[in-house]
Design a protein around this ligand. Structure first.
Ligand SMILES: *[C@@H]1O[C@H](CO)[C@@H](O)[C@H](O)[C@H]1NC(C)=O
Ligand SMILES: *[C@@H]1O[C@H](CO)[C@@H](O)[C@H](O)[C@H]1NC(C)=O
Ligand SMILES: *[C@@H]1O[C@H](CO)[C@@H](O)[C@H](O)[C@H]1NC(C)=O
Ligand SMILES: *[C@@H]1O[C@H](CO)[C@@H](O)[C@H](O)[C@H]1NC(C)=O
Length: 352
């Protein structure tokens, strides 16, 4: 009995630690983290279509103005805004001495574009290139050393951008979603072509309504309330987007609309194939980061398989999809720092 008792106690400790982590989806979450060492400045710049893109610029306080610094662009999860996950990644990497900028994709947050919450994978990719324009024309940034990170849907947008913008020298993704594949086929190919056609038909019917001045309809995304029937993936997103953990409503926008794109534009994703030609990004390096428990892990696996060298796929043990938005104990900031230090080079004196 005694031996069993000891065994159970030991096991109990291990289990309760694991259990607490598994049960508490927001354990260690710190989406709104601010660093004493980093200054944030709201910025705006134009994309190639002369639409204003809003961002935040992050610079280390001990930043030396005679340096010529490497820079990193950070893209937020699909349907989110820069205040959700992107600012956190940007802050943590600015602490390491990179100039970083988080961006709002067009139609979201502070960036221009109508209607709000419209889907345009091309313009989302363009936002990364517009941020390269912006950073690369700053005196304190070395335009030969600009990298980018895409979180969730932005993982597919940054790959799409990098294929046609060789100014992005190193590319990382975290909890990547292939927004094309998931809209066409569902997670793990759970959506038939017939079901896809019904989604397309619905969007087409909605266009008739909108052209007559009828209201905008939104689709997809995070549930606004939990019910006993809310599936696990919905609960995971709810825990971030609809609670104090990650909820953020940009000025002048309607509450609870993050992650809800317009229904009539969402079908644009059906034509989005971010991983076609991914191998042409080589020899620029790709780093894919995913939780090994993530419901989205198939997308990182697929992209990794199709990419050419140099490439790396890093699994975070025990982590789910949303965990890598803000759970600072799980996000491998050291791995990201090393990746960008290696591939963008150490800080150098300004070359004039
Ligand atoms: C879950 O984690 C969050 C963030 O670390 C913490 O604030 C909260 O108290 C935890 N909840 C429980 C039930 O342990
Ligand atoms: C902030 O800067 C101080 C002094 O430069 C350093 O000791 C500390 O580790 C930094 N903190 C973070 C979180 O980067
Ligand atoms: C919308 O969000 C607010 C908080 O931002 C919350 O109090 C409210 O219940 C939400 N409404 C719906 C319908 O989800
Ligand atoms: C700033 O960088 C320049 C060039 O590398 C160096 O000479 C100078 O000592 C640095 N200044 C500070 C305060 O670190």
């Amino acid at each position: 009995m005694k031996m069993i008792g000891i065994g159970l106690t030991t096991l109990g400790l291990v289990l309760s630690t694991t259990f607490a982590t598994a049960q508490n989806m927001s354990f260690g979450a710190n989406n709104f983290y601010r660093s004493d060492n980093v200054t944030i400045q709201p910025v705006t710049f134009q994309n190639q279509y002369e639409m204003t893109v809003a961002g935040n610029l992050f610079i280390h306080n001990h930043f030396n103005r005679s340096m010529h610094l490497p820079a990193i662009i950070v893209g937020h999860p699909m349907g989110a805004v820069k205040e959700q996950s992107a600012n956190l990644y940007a802050t943590k990497l600015a602490e390491q001495g990179f100039v970083t900028v988080s961006i709002d994709h067009s139609f979201w947050g502070g960036s221009e574009g109508k209607p709000r919450n419209a889907v345009s994978p091309e313009l989302y990719a363009e936002a990364f290139s517009a941020a390269v324009d912006y950073l690369g024309t700053k005196a304190f940034v070395d335009r030969e050393r600009i990298g980018a990170i895409g979180i969730c849907g932005s993982g597919s947008f940054v790959i799409s951008a990098a294929k046609i913008d060789p100014r992005i020298k190193a590319i990382a993704t975290s909890s990547m979603y292939d927004m094309g594949a998931v809209n066409r086929d569902g997670l793990e190919n759970s959506q038939s072509v017939e079901a896809r056609k019904e989604v397309i038909a619905q969007a087409a019917r909605q266009r008739w309504i909108e052209i007559k001045g009828g209201g905008i309809k939104y689709t997809g995304g995070t549930p606004n309330e939990l019910t006993p029937d809310t599936p696990a993936v919905g609960r995971e997103f709810f825990d971030f987007y609809r609670t104090r953990r990650g909820e953020f409503t940009p000025k002048g926008t309607t509450a609870n609309l993050t992650t809800h794109p317009t229904l009539s534009s969402n079908t644009k994703f059906m034509n989005f194939y971010p991983f076609n030609d991914i191998e042409t990004i080589s020899p620029r390096p790709l780093l894919f980061i995913s939780g090994d428990q993530a419901h989205s892990r198939e997308f990182s696996e697929d992209a990794y398989e199709r990419a050419a060298e140099p490439k790396e796929l890093v699994w975070i043990p025990g982590a789910g999809h949303v965990d890598l938005y803000d759970r600072v104990d799980l996000i491998p900031f050291n791995t990201l720092t090393q990746f960008f230090r290696t591939n963008l080079g150490e800080n150098k004196a300004r070359r004039t």
